[in-house]
Every structure is written in structure tokens, then in C-alpha cells.
Design a protein around this ligand. Structure first.
Ligand code: NAP
Length: 298
């Protein structure tokens, strides 16, 4: 069994990004600039946004965190988004999810200029990804694709089972793995909470991607001998023995499953660190106008 080390891979890619930023700035260009919008003070969101801002600094990006209290209205948030769409000093921005219930996430996503949508959630980017046109790919699936690539995992003709069909992980993952590319060319089965015989289907997977949010859901009897297992799950479970009182649990029963796998990602240290990498790469592409060249501003 080979452990897919997302932490190490993310460190290597960060160094690569950092050197690209250094060549940009030494040739007189400004550093890429990412803005994050945080509405309310959800604990996990604070942590995720804090990590994104800190990682920007590590690679030499400029970053700005815009905080608003949870009473912000949808109209006010859309007005902030329009300001960022028009701000030539901002290459890309994200609105940290989840949003308070009175704000419709679809309205917010649609208000973002696709050329600055570095989360890749805008329908234009999702459509372009499906058509295999240049697009911002959602950060988590983008990170997973790079793990498959860097570990030289064969994907063509393999049966991939994705568990979970969210717009940010499961669905884009299933599209990317079925595209005519490497990594890709898989035969993909996308499963969800209404899937019947999930255990039997999962057991047919050469590559199993679990993105459910249910700790230890994937047990050894759901995994084929020699499968590649990618664990996206990241749920806080109580851990009174630890200072912070919780730990992160994946969707896979790691100890039991690892013994059957050819490759597996751990939690933490697998997919998690690669998600921030996907966001940094999208922001770099935005600063270089690589996805939407027509948007080059004079
Ligand atoms: P989500 O929006 O809650 O979607 C969960 C998906 O799992 C849904 O499609 C749901 O099916 C499916 N599901 C739930 N129970 C199931 C069951 N018993 N059998 C089969 N499918 C089931 O979650 P998400 O945003 O995709 O996130 C999933 C997990 O990944 C979470 O733990 C999250 O924290 C983690 N995550 C990690 C990263 C990272 O950087 N590592 C990034 C993003 C998310 P229905 O559609 O039928 O409801």
C-alpha cells in the first residue's frame, strides 16, 4: 500500500507557485491578489479562510479578507461582489461557504464574474469544464486530479466510483474523471444517498472517491483488493484527549481499508492540503489571464 502524501505534494507545488510569483514580480508585474469574503463567524469557515490567507502569504500572493457580520443582506453581498468584479487590482475572489440561510448561494455564485471565479463554482466555469474548455476547476477535485497525476496512477479504462454528488466535490470529480484526458478516461459511477446496493457498487471500484461527510462510512468490505481510495471527508469528531477537543475524521475507515488498497489518502494530510493548492493555482491562472484572455485589462 502506498500512502498518497497530500502534505508533501502540496509543499512541492507551493514551491513551484512561489517561484512563478517571483518571476512575475521580478519582471515588474504585481503579485496575484486573492480576496476572500467571510460572512458571519462559523468556526470551521474561520479556520478554512485563515488557512487560505496564510498560504497566500507563503507563496507571495497578496490577499485580502473582507469580513461581514451574519446580518449582511443578499443585496449588500451582491453589491460587494460587483465592486470586486470591477476592481482591477483583484485577480480572483471567493465567497466562503456556507452562507447564512437568508442568502441564496446560487444568486451569489451567479453574481461573480466567471473570469474571477477562482472557486470554479459559477455555471459558466462548470459548463466550460464539462466541455473541456479552459476553466477554473473547483479546488478539491483539481487537487485530487493532481494527486492522481503526481503518483502516476493509471486511470484510463478504470472503473471509478464517486460517493457523494455535491456541486463542489462529487459532481465535478465525476466529470473530470470521465473526460478524455489524463487523469481521466475512467468509467464513472456517481452515487449518492438514494443509491441502492452501494456496498456492491463500491466494491467494483478500481478508484473509489468518498465525499460524503460521514466519518468512517467506507468500511473494508466496500473496497476491492488493490483499489485506489481517495478520502475527501473532513468531519470534526470529539477528541477530549486533544487540546482543541476535536479531531478530523475522514469518510473512510482508514486502518481497515488501507490494508486492502494499492494507494490511499490519509485524513488529515491527504486531500485537504491539496484543496488550497487548487485555489492558489486558479488565482495564479487568473493573474496570468490564462483562462479568459479576453479579460486582459489595459
Ligand atoms: P455535501 O454537500 O453534504 O454532500 C454530501 C453528499 O454525500 C451528497 O451528495 C449526499 O447525497 C451524499 N451522501 C450522504 N449520505 C450518504 C449515504 N449514506 N450514502 C451515499 N451518499 C451519501 O458534502 P460535500 O461538500 O461534498 O463534502 C463532503 C465531505 O468532504 C465533507 O466531510 C466535507 O467536509 C469534505 N470536504 C473536504 C474538503 C477538503 O479539502 N478535504 C473539501 C470539500 C469538502 P444526496 O445528494 O443524495 O444528499
Amino acid at each position: 500500500m502506498i500512502l498518497i502524501d497530500g502534505k508533501l505534494t502540496s509543499q512541492q507545488i507551493k514551491e513551484e507557485i512561489k517561484s512563478k510569483v517571483e518571476s512575475m514580480t521580478s519582471s515588474g508585474l504585481r503579485a496575484p491578489h486573492l480576496v476572500a469574503i467571510l460572512v458571519g463567524n462559523d468556526g470551521a469557515s474561520e479556520t478554512y479562510v485563515g488557512n487560505k490567507i496564510r498560504t497566500c502569504a507563503e507563496v507571495g500572493f497578496k490577499s485580502t479578507l473582507l469580513r461581514f457580520d451574519s446580518g449582511l443582506t443578499e443585496e449588500e453581498l451582491i453589491a460587494e461582489i460587483h465592486k470586486l468584479n470591477d476592481d482591477e487590482e483583484v485577480d480572483g475572489f471567493i465567497v466562503q461557504l456556507p452562507l447564512p440561510k437568508h442568502i441564496d448561494v446560487h444568486h451569489i455564485t451567479a453574481a461573480i464574474d466567471p473570469a474571477k471565479d477562482v472557486d470554479g463554482f459559477h455555471p459558466v466555469n462548470l459548463g466550460r469544464m464539462t466541455e473541456q474548455l479552459p476553466a477554473y476547476i473547483p479546488a478539491t477535485p483539481k487537487g485530487i486530479m493532481q494527486l492522481l497525476e503526481r503518483y502516476k496512477i493509471e486511470t484510463a479504462g478504470r472503473h471509478c466510483v464517486v460517493i457523494g454528488r455535491s456541486n463542489i466535490v462529487g459532481t465535478p470529480m465525476s466529470i473530470l474523471l470521465s473526460r478524455n484526458a489524463y487523469p481521466g478516461n475512467c468509467t464513472v459511477t456517481l452515487t449518492h444517498s438514494r443509491t441502492e446496493n452501494l456496498k456492491e457498487i463500491a466494491r467494483q471500484a478500481d478508484i473509489l472517491v468518498a465525499a460524503i461527510g460521514k466519518p468512517y462510512f467506507v468500511t473494508a468490505d466496500m473496497v476491492k483488493e488493490g483499489a485506489v481510495v481517495i478520502d475527501v471527508g473532513m468531519t470534526r469528531v470529539p477528541a477530549p484527549e486533544l487540546k482543541q477537543g476535536f479531531k478530523l475524521a475522514g469518510d473512510v475507515d482508514f486502518k481497515a481499508v488501507a490494508a486492502r488498497c494499492s494507494y490511499i489518502t490519509p485524513v488529515p494530510g491527504g486531500v485537504g492540503p491539496m484543496t488550497i493548492i487548487g485555489l492558489l493555482q486558479n488565482t495564479l491562472l487568473a493573474a496570468q489571464h490564462r483562462i479568459y484572455p479576453a479579460h486582459v485589462r489595459q
